[in-house]
Design a protein around this ligand. Structure first.
Ligand code: G6P
Ligand code: ZN
Length: 543
């Protein structure tokens, strides 16, 4: 085994986004593309000598190959030990858990989350810091600066390692330990969730379907639900991770996970339905006959979390991203705990969690999490739901309806206008921005604008200010619409329009969502001039 330094030239486009460097597979397959970026990460961790690094990914196409490359680079860069998930697998929340538990200096997660995989699909490389959370912007900026100036990388030349056998080997002076990707995570879940109560629930005949969408949560859900909690075999479907996710878009929402959604609406619905995304951080919850919006799920978990051992002492606070409905705020008020409103993006929860200001957090984009790791966690949310169902003895749909009776219901929908011309989308946002001051008092259809502003966030922990995080318009009729452009799209621009309307008349809690929101949709389309500016009469996706 020899240490080799290889000359290289920089790629100008290695700027990490919200969730690391995400590009199409052919981009990553360019010669030295991976090596350059990983070396730039390592160069940005000056105190790495002898330290532990965690490594794994969601199993998508290129995962195994890139794991081998990173191991050789890590050995060439002085790391003492790498913990790598068997088969190169680690879900995003499990990676966060392993980093924290083993006091690693950080971890590299290979994933493009819920984006499609395969030779023409997406791939991604993301660095998480010692707290288990995504690298802060200061670090990703440093990585980008380094990537733009890189001239060489160093690796140990050696044959590929066996990633499928547990145990320790060496690569030069560095130890490589292939770990069970599920074990540490499952142990953490056992501390937080009442496994005995959930096992009893399954033993009593409770039935669920968990759709792993041919992605990384398959092994986790199978081991925990079927293995440890006694759910019948076959509870987890699409349980084997595939490099292309079976050709699907592994995003757990009613559109991309429609088999589960349809099953739950039909006569053969089991007691509970759930799904997770490509890398295991998102979740979808479906009660029999009733899709639970991520915003409602966060509110319900906030109201009932104390029923699980990990949260028996109560919650310190709860946070939601701004476009997430205000349902969780109502619960926080009743519990007399603070509720925080952050910009879109999981990283904004990190400071609040690290400072102990919040215990739970969530986003409308199907992310829910707690202080147990520093990533959102799909399977954890499902287990917390199961704990609550076991503790209350209620049906999932009854629990949601009881929640609405108590707190009122925030009817909610998101309209996405995908692949809109970028100039048109920016023009729409700019025109609306300029219009905001004049909107209050304006009547549009049946609604009257009561407030309009652009969201900016002052981080209560480090005082930093993040501006231009979405345009929000509130109506006197207890309705709200938020406009923002997606920060994760790959083609053109995606305009997201978040619509909500609060209702607390007990007789009006079970109405069709589209019907309740129709006046808000009309107002949103008119105020933002969506059709004339984008040429789109209808959204491309409604969730
Ligand atoms: C990623 C982040 C989430 C965020 C979402 C927003 O999934 O991890 O925290 O909510 O992107 O995506 P968008 O496309 O709306 O910017
Ligand atoms: Zn994800």
């Amino acid at each position: 085994m020899t240490l080799t330094t290889i000359e290289t030239t920089p790629f100008p486009d290695q700027k990490p986004g919200t969730s690391g460097l995400r590009k199409k597979v052919p981009v990553f397959r360019q010669r030295h593309y991976v090596e350059n970026f990983v070396q730039a990460i390592f160069d940005s961790i000056p105190d790495r000598e002898g330290k532990t690094l965690v490594l794994g990914g969601d199993g998508r196409f290129l995962n195994r190959e890139v794991v081998q490359t990173i191991l050789k680079l890590a050995a060439g860069n002085g790391f003492g030990r790498v913990l790598v998930g068997r088969g190169g697998l680690l879900s995003t929340p499990a990676a966060s858990c392993v980093i924290r538990k083993h006091r690693a200096i950080g971890g590299i997660i290979l994933s493009a989350s819920h984006n499609p995989g395969g030779p023409e699909g997406d791939f991604g490389i993301k660095f998480n810091a010692a707290n288990g959370g995504p690298a802060p912007e200061s670090l990703t900026d440093a990585i980008f600066a380094r990537a733009k100036a890189i001239t060489r990388f160093t690796l140990v030349e050696a044959p590929d390692l066996d990633l499928d056998t547990l145990g320790e080997t060496r690569l030069g002076a560095m130890a490589v330990e292939v770990i069970d990707p599920v074990a540490d995570y499952a142990e953490l879940m056992r501390e937080l969730i009442d496994f005995a109560a959930v096992s009893k629930l399954f033993a009593s005949g409770f039935r669920m379907r968990f759709d792993a969408m041919s992605a990384v949560t398959g092994p986790y859900a199978t081991a925990i639900l079927e293995g440890m909690l006694g759910a019948p075999q076959g509870t987890v479907v699409n349980a084997v991770p595939k490099e292309d996710f079976g050709g699907h878009h592994p995003d757990p929402n009613p559109v991309h996970c429609h088999d589960l959604y349809d099953l739950m609406q039909g006569p053969d619905a089991p007691d509970f339905g759930a799904a997770s995304d490509g890398d295991g951080d998102r979740n979808m919850i479906v009660a029999p006959g009733l899709f639970v919006t991520p915003s409602d799920s966060l509110a319900l978990l906030t109201a009932h979390a104390h029923r699980a051992p990990g949260y028996a002492g109560g919650l310190k606070g709860v946070a939601r991203s701004m476009p997430t409905s205000r349902a969780a705020d109502r619960v926080a008020a009743s519990l007399n705990i603070p509720a925080y409103e952050t910009p879109t993006g999981w990283k904004f929860f990190g400071n609040l969690l690290d400072a102990g200001l919040i215990t739970l957090c969530g986003e409308e984009s199907a992310g829910t999490g707690s202080n147990h790791v520093r990533e959102k966690d799909g399977l954890w949310a499902v287990l917390l739901w199961l704990n609550i169902l076991a503790a209350t003895g209620e049906r999932a749909d009854a629990l949601v309806r009881a929640h609405w009776q108590r707190f009122g219901r925030d009817y909610y929908a998101r309209h996405d206008y995908e692949e809109v011309d970028a100039d048109a989308a920016n023009g729409l946002m700019q025109a609306l921005r300029e219009k905001l001051p004049g909107l209050p008092g304006t009547r549009i259809g049946d609604l009257t604008v009561s407030a309009a502003d652009e969201f900016a966030y002052r981080d209560p922990v480090d005082g930093s200010l993040t501006e231009r995080q979405g345009l929000r318009i509130a109506f006197a009729e207890d309705a709200r619409v938020v406009f923002r452009l997606s920060g994760t799209g790959t083609a053109g621009a995606t305009l997201r329009v978040y619509l909500e309307r609060y209702e607390n008349d007990p007789a009006r809690l079970d109405r069709p969502v589209a019907e309740v929101l129709a006046p808000v949709v009309v107002a949103a389309q008119a105020i933002a001039e969506i059709a004339p500016r984008t040429g789109r009469a209808e959204p491309s996706v409604v969730t």
